[in-house]
Design a protein around this ligand. Structure first.
Ligand code: ATP
Ligand code: LTN
Length: 332
C-alpha cells in the first residue's frame, strides 16, 4: 500500500501574522492537505523565549488558528492544534537536549540575532529553542517541513539531531527535508528592503488583518531604489526595493518575473507600487473577512483545536513511547 507522506509546520503566535509569513510558507499549505497527511500548529511554547503579555498571547493564538483556517486549511482534512496542548513536544524536547551539542546551538544565526536584540533576557530557552523545534518536527515523523528561508538552519540542525540519535539507537526517527518555495521564501521589509519583513519592524510590514487603505498606504510609501533607469526589473543585488515588490507581485498573482517586467515596461514606479498594493489587498481580503467571521464563533474554534490536540497527541505519544523504550526507560 502507498502510504501518504507527512508534512508539518508551525508559526509562533508572538506577533500578528504578516505578508512574509503568508507568502513564504502559509500560502503553500492548503495545496498540501490534499496530498499529504498534514499537521499545522501554533508554536506557543516557543514564544516565551521572549517575554509575552499573557492576555495578548492567548488572543493571538486564537486569532492565528482562525487565520490558518481562513487561509484554506480545512480542519476536516488536516490536523490543527496548539503546541502546549500536546505535552509530548516538551517531553521529547528534554530527551533531544541530551543529544544536541552546546557548540552547534552556539552557531545558530537566529540565536545570535535574538540574543543581541534581547540582551537583558538571554535565557536558556532562547538557546535551546532549536531543540524544541526539532522535537516538534521529529515527534510526527514527517517527510517534509514547509518553512521560509530563515528557518532552513533550524531544519538542518533537526536533521543532524535525528541522525545522531538514529546512529546510536537504530532507525527510530525519520529524517525530514525542508520544503522551501522559490518565490516568496524571503519577503523583505517595505521600508528597509535589505532586512526581512518582520513583525518587529511594523512600518515596513503588512499584516494579514491590515485594512485595505493601510495596505495601499504602505505600498505607496515602499522604498524603491535610487537607480537612474527607473524600470521595473527583478535584480535583487542592484535593486533590492523594486525586486522585493516584483517578488510580492509574483507571489500574489502567480505571474512570472518576465511577465511582470513586460506588463510595466516603460511605466516607472508610479503605477507599479499601487498595482502591487491592490494585488495584495485582493489576496488578503478573503482571509481577513473569513478570520473575522471565525473569531465570532469561539465554540467552533475551540472544537477545532480540541480535536486537533487529540489527533496530534495520539501520533506524538506513539513516537515518544518508542523513543523512551529505546533509551531504556522502564515502561509504565
Ligand atoms: P520575528 O520577528 O520574531 O523574527 P517573524 O515575523 O520573522 O518573527 P516567524 O514567526 O519567525 O516570523 O516565522 C514564521 C514563518 O514565516 C517561518 O516559516 C518563517 O520562515 C516565515 N517567514 C517569516 N518572515 C518571512 C519573510 N519575511 N519572508 C518569507 N517567509 C517568512
Ligand atoms: N521556529 C519557527 C516556528 C516553529 C516551527 C516548528 C516551524 C516551531 N516549531 C516546527 C516548523 C516546524 C518559526 O517560525 N519561527
Amino acid at each position: 500500500m502507498n502510504e501518504k507522506k507527512t508534512m508539518l509546520s508551525g508559526i509562533q503566535p508572538s506577533g500578528d501574522l504578516h505578508l512574509g509569513n503568508y507568502l513564504g510558507p502559509m500560502r503553500h499549505w492548503p495545496g498540501m492537505i490534499e496530498t499529504y497527511d498534514c499537521f499545522f500548529f501554533m508554536a506557543d511554547l516557543h514564544t516565551i523565549t521572549v517575554r509575552q503579555d499573557p492576555a495578548q498571547l492567548r488572543k493571538r493564538t486564537l486569532t492565528q488558528i482562525a487565520q490558518y483556517i481562513a487561509s484554506g486549511l480545512d480542519p476536516e482534512k488536516c490536523t490543527l492544534f496548539v503546541q502546549s496542548h500536546v505535552p509530548a513536544h516538551a517531553q521529547l524536547g528534554w530527551v533531544l537536549n541530551c543529544y544536541t551539542m552546546f557548540g552547534e546551538l552556539s552557531r545558530m544565526t537566529q540565536f545570535k540575532d535574538k540574543a543581541s536584540k534581547h540582551s537583558e533576557n538571554i535565557n536558556a530557552g532562547l538557546f535551546t529553542y532549536p531543540v524544541l523545534m526539532a522535537a516538534d518536527i521529529l515527534i510526527y515523523q514527517p517527510d517534509y517541513v514547509p518553512v521560509g528561508e530563515d528557518q532552513r538552519q533550524h531544519v538542518e540542525i533537526c536533521r543532524d539531531i535525528a541522525e545522531r540519535f538514529n546512529g546510536i539507537y537504530g532507525d527510530v526517527l525519520r529524517v525530514p527535508e525542508p520544503y522551501i518555495a522559490k518565490v516568496g521564501a524571503r519577503i523583505m521589509s517595505l521600508n528597509a528592503p535589505e532586512t526581512k519583513m518582520s513583525k518587529s519592524l511594523p512600518e515596513g510590514c503588512v499584516f494579514l488583518m491590515d485594512k485595505p487603505e493601510d495596505i495601499m498606504r504602505k505600498f505607496k510609501r515602499a522604498v524603491t531604489d535610487s537607480d537612474t533607469e527607473r524600470c521595473v526589473r527583478y535584480a535583487p543585488g542592484e535593486k533590492p526595493g523594486v525586486s522585493n515588490l516584483v517578488q510580492i507581485y509574483a507571489a500574489a498573482t502567480g505571474k512570472s518575473f518576465e511577465e511582470i517586467e513586460s506588463e510595466f515596461a516603460g511605466q516607472g514606479y508610479g503605477k507599479f507600487k499601487p498595482a502591487v498594493g491592490e494585488a495584495v489587498v485582493e489576496t488578503l481580503r478573503p482571509i481577513r473577512e473569513e478570520t473575522e467571521r471565525l473569531l465570532a464563533d469561539k465554540a467552533y474554534l475551540e472544537s477545532v483545536y480540541r480535536a486537533g490536540a487529540e489527533k496530534a497527541g495520539c501520533v506524538a505519544e506513539k513516537t515518544l513511547r518508542k523513543v523512551y523504550k529505546k533509551l531504556g526507560f522502564l515502561a509504565r
